[in-house]
Each structure stands twice: as C-alpha cells, then as structure tokens.
Write a protein that binds this ligand. Structure first.
Ligand code: IMP
Length: 180
C-alpha cells in the first residue's frame, strides 16, 4: 500500500539461486524414485516459490494445491489452522513434497503434516522458503528451508500483508503493519 515502508531483505537473485539449490537437492533425493513425487503448493503464499521450484526440479513430478488459513487479516497466528481447499488427488502410497512459503510459529506446518499423514503417503518432505526460528511455538518437522530470517513481518514473492505485496519479486520487511 502506498506510503508503507519496505526494506529489501532478500533480493531476486539470492532467491533464484537458493531455489535452484533446493530443486537440485530434491532432484537428488528423488533420483531413483519409481514414481514421480507429488508437489503440493500451500496457497496462496507459496505459489511463486512453488512455480519456480517445480520448473527447476530435474525430474517428472505431479502437482496439487491446498489452501489453509490461520491468520485472518492480521500478522500473528491464531494457532487454529483450517483447511480451506483440499487436494484433488490421492496421495496414498506416494512421495509428497509439501511446499510452504514461511514457517513462523510452526502451527500451520505441524497441522498440515499431520493432516497429510492421515492420507497415508509413502513419504512427506517438507520444504519452506523462509523460516523464523525465533517465532517457534510448537514442534514441527522441516526438512529443507531456504533462508532463516529474524522475527520480522516480510512480504513479496508470494507473501502478503492483507493481500497486498504478493507481486513484488524480492522479499522485504514491512515496517508498518497497522491495518488502515
Ligand atoms: P505459522 O502457522 O505461524 O507458522 O504461519 C504460517 C503462515 O503464516 C504462513 O504460511 C504465512 O501465510 C503466514 N505468515 C507468517 N509469517 C509471515 C510473514 O512474515 N509474512 C507474511 N505471511 C506470514
């Protein structure tokens, strides 16, 4: 929104370099898999990262999408996570890669991991572009993370504040998080 103060934290080049590295790491992990893994995008925040990641993934994969909410319109997690949009395919017996934008308190990742396990996948690999270690409130399993960041509210590259700023190509710290 006009007038808000944004300070670049991670520029486009750094994001793209790290995304390539993560895609390579996943490529190695699934090199000898008998079936292509299913990449699950957690809407909406992970969508930019997800698109770049699957484009750089060096093998076949299947794609599916999930929606969940825990924040409403503010900047702190309510701790209550709800599925708002479910998968369209069965993951039973399949390798799954869960792609998140950011792990803050950990409530969402913890919830989604448990939720996916009830569908009996062969494996779940959790990936998040960003991770806020200081904000952790619950145990979670995060296999691959792009960047550790401080306890600040960030926007851009898919991440929003009140649905603004997703379109920005870099990740920035949003200084003013008061809702107008
Ligand atoms: P958690 O459940 O507290 O770990 O939060 C996970 C979700 O909160 C993420 O998937 C984001 O949608 C949102 N979130 C957490 N921190 C930020 C932030 O700094 N900027 C934008 N969204 C955030």
């Amino acid at each position: 929104m006009q007038g808000d103060l944004l300070t670049t934290l991670i520029d486009e080049k750094k994001i793209q370099d790290r995304v390539s590295e993560i895609a390579k790491e996943l490529g190695k992990k699934f090199e000898s898999a008998k079936e292509p893994p299913i990449f699950i995008c957690v809407l909406k925040g992970a969508s930019f990262f997800y698109a770049d990641l699957i484009k750089a993934f060096p093998h076949d994969c299947k794609c599916d999408f999930m929606g969940c909410s825990s924040y409403g319109s503010g900047t702190s997690s309510s701790g209550e996570v709800k599925v708002t949009y479910d998968l369209s395919m069965s993951i039973k017996g399949k390798d799954v890669v869960l792609v998140e934008d950011i792990v803050d308190t950990g409530y969402t990742l913890n919830f989604l991991n448990k939720f996916l396990q009830t569908r009996e996948p062969k494996s779940v690999t959790t990936v998040s572009l960003l991770h806020k270690p200081e904000a952790k409130k619950i145990d979670y399993e995060l296999d691959i993370k792009g960047f550790d960041i401080g306890n600040e509210f960030v926007v851009g590259y898919g991440l929003d504040f009140n649905n603004f700023y997703r379109h920005l190509p870099e990740i920035s710290i949003l200084t003013n998080t008061q809702l107008n």
